[in-house]
Design a protein around this ligand. Structure first.
Ligand code: FAD
Length: 409
C-alpha cells in the first residue's frame, strides 16, 4: 500500500494552494482529483485578497502569464442607479486588483504549477471511502479504468468542493437556513463591450431584490452572464434550453442591447442546491477547506478567496500537527474561518432582504463607509479595524434604517 504524508481530495483552488504549501515544506503530498483537467466550474470573479494566498505559494508568476482579465472593482446597478467600487479606494491595505478568469484555465494553471513544484496529482481518481483514526488515515479511490486502489496517509485535507466527500461520508452535512436559490448562466461573445462600461464585474438587481444578473467580462472578448434567483424562477428561465434566460439577457433594459445578437460560447447551464454547510470542519486525521466547509451564495464572489484562504490555513496547521505540535483545530481553524464566512453571510442576507441595496443606492454614501464596505468586497473579512467586520451582524441593518429615515421612499 502506498503511503504519503498528506492526501488532498480535489485539485480546485483550495486543494492546489494547500498542496503547494505542504510540498514546499518537503512533505510527500498526493492530490486525488475525480476529473480530468481542464474542467469547467462556475465562479469566475476573484477577490483581491486571494492574491495574497496565490503569492504565498508562488503561483502568481504563472497565473500572470496567462493574461486573464484585470479586475479593479465591481459595479452594482438597480435600474438607473449605479454604485461603483474601486479596490484602490478601500480601508484595508491590501491588493487593489485581481482577475476575472475562466476557471477551467485558471484552476488548471494552479494545479499544473503545484505539480511543477513537485506535488503528485492523480487525475480521474475518485475518492470513494475514507477511514480515519489517530494512527493512520486509509483512503480508497478508483482510477481512470475503475480499479480500486488504497493509500495510507498521516493526514487528509478535504478540498473536494461541491463534491463534499468527507461531509457526505461522515454525515456532517447540515441544512443552510436560506431560501433555496439557483443560477442559470452561459458564456457569450461580447463584441459591443465598451471601456465606458469598464471591464469589471457588474451586477444588476431586479425583480424586487429577489434576482440579479451578473456579467463577468473575460480578456478574450467573451463574457460570463448569469442570473441568480429563487429555485422556481431559475427553473422557469432554464426550461427549453434556457429560452427565457436568453431572451431576458438579450432584452434586459439595463444591459442596453449589449448581448442582443451575440453568439453563445456554450448553451445555458443550470446549477441548483449549491448552498450547503458542514457541521464541523475538522476531526481525527482530517480537515475540510474550500466549498467543502460551507458555501452560501455567489453574490459577493467570495468562493475562490475563501477556498484559497482556508486551503492555506488548513495546510499551515497540518504542518504544525505533523511536526508534533498540538493544534487546537477549533480555535486556530474553525472559529477563525467561520468568522470570515459569517461576515459574508451578513452581507448576503442583507443583499436579499434589501438593506444592502438601500445602502448602495442611497443618494449619498459616506466615503469612509464606502471604503470599509469595499474592503469586504475585496475579501478582507478578517480585518478587525473594519467596523463591517467587527459589527457585521448589526451594522448593515442600522445603516439601512438611517438611510430610510433620511431618504423616505
Ligand atoms: P472546487 O473548485 O469545486 O474543486 C473541488 C475539486 O474536487 C473538483 O475539481 C472536483 O472534481 C474534485 N472532487 C470532488 N469530489 C471528488 C472525489 N470524490 N474524489 C476526488 N476529487 C473530487 N466564487 C468566486 O470566487 N467568484 C465568483 O464569481 C463565483 N461565482 C459563483 C457563481 C455560482 C452560480 C456558484 C454556484 C458559485 C460561484 N462561486 C464563485 C463559488 C465557487 O464556484 C466555489 O466557491 C469554488 O469553486 C470553490 O473552490 P474549491 O477549491 O473549494 O472547490
Amino acid at each position: 500500500m502506498d503511503e504519503v504524508d498528506v492526501l488532498i481530495i480535489g485539485a480546485g483552488p483550495a486543494g492546489a494552494v494547500a498542496s503547494a504549501f505542504l510540498n514546499n515544506l518537503k512533505y510527500k503530498v498526493l492530490v486525488l482529483e475525480k476529473l480530468l483537467f481542464p474542467r469547467f466550474v462556475i465562479g469566475e470573479s476573484l477577490l483581491p485578497h486571494c492574491m495574497d494566498h496565490l503569492d504565498e505559494v508562488n503561483f502568481l508568476t504563472d497565473v500572470k502569464k496567462h493574461g486573464f482579465q484585470l479586475k479593479t472593482g465591481a459595479t452594482f446597478y438597480k435600474g438607473e442607479q449605479r454604485l461603483g467600487f474601486l479596490f484602490d479606494d478601500q480601508l484595508t491595505k491590501g491588493w487593489t486588483w485581481t482577475w476575472q478568469v475562466k476557471r477551467a484555465d485558471f484552476d488548471h494553471i494552479l494545479i499544473k504549477t503545484a505539480e511543477e513544484q513537485g506535488v503528485t496529482v492523480k487525475f480521474q481518481c475518485e475518492v470513494k471511502k475514507v477511514e480515519c483514526s489517530k494512527e493512520k488515515q486509509v483512503v480508497t479511490y478508483t482510477d481512470n479504468i475503475g480499479k480500486e486502489i488504497t493509500v495510507k496517509a498521516k493526514f487528509i485535507i478535504d478540498a473536494s468542493g461541491y463534491g463534499s466527500v468527507l461531509p457526505k461520508l461522515f454525515n456532517l452535512e447540515e441544512s443552510v437556513q436560506t431560501q433555496p436559490r439557483g443560477a442559470v448562466f452561459c458564456h457569450i461573445h461580447d463584441s459591443k463591450r465598451t471601456s465606458n462600461e469598464g471591464e469589471n464585474i457588474f451586477i444588476h438587481s431586479f425583480r424586487n431584490n429577489t434576482a440579479w444578473i451578473w456579467a463577468i467580462p473575460f480578456s478574450d472578448k467573451t463574457t460570463s452572464v448569469g442570473v441568480v434567483s429563487d429555485s422556481d424562477f431559475v427553473k422557469e428561465l432554464y426550461a427549453n434550453n434556457g429560452e427565457k434566460f436568453l431572451n431576458h439577457m438579450r432584452t434586459f433594459k439595463d444591459l442596453k442591447g449589449r448581448f442582443s445578437d451575440e453568439k453563445l460560447v456554450f448553451e445555458p447551464r443550470e446549477i441548483q442546491g449549491y448552498a450547503k454547510r458542514s457541521k464541523k470542519l475538522f476531526g481525527t486525521g482530517y480537515v475540510l477547506c474550500g466549498n467543502a466547509t460551507e458555501f452560501l451564495d455567489p453574490i459577493f464572489s467570495s468562493g475562490v478567496t475563501l477556498a484559497t484562504g482556508s486551503g492555506l490555513m488548513a495546510a499551515k496547521l497540518t504542518h504544525k500537527q505533523l511536526k508534533g505540535e498540538k493544534v487546537d483545530w477549533m480555535n486556530e481553524y474553525e472559529n477563525i474561518l467561520r468568522k470570515g464566512i459569517d461576515v459574508f453571510r451578513s452581507f448576503v442576507l442583507s443583499w436579499y432582504n434589501g438593506d444592502m441595496q438601500t445602502i448602495f443606492f442611497a443618494k449619498d454614501i459616506n466615503p469612509d463607509i464606502k471604503r470599509q464596505i469595499c474592503s469586504i468586497l475585496a475579501g478582507y473579512v478578517w480585518d478587525k479595524n473594519n467596523p463591517f467586520v467587527k459589527k457585521h451582524k448589526t451594522i448593515l441593518k442600522t445603516l439601512a434604517q438611517v438611510v430610510r429615515i433620511n431618504e423616505p421612499a
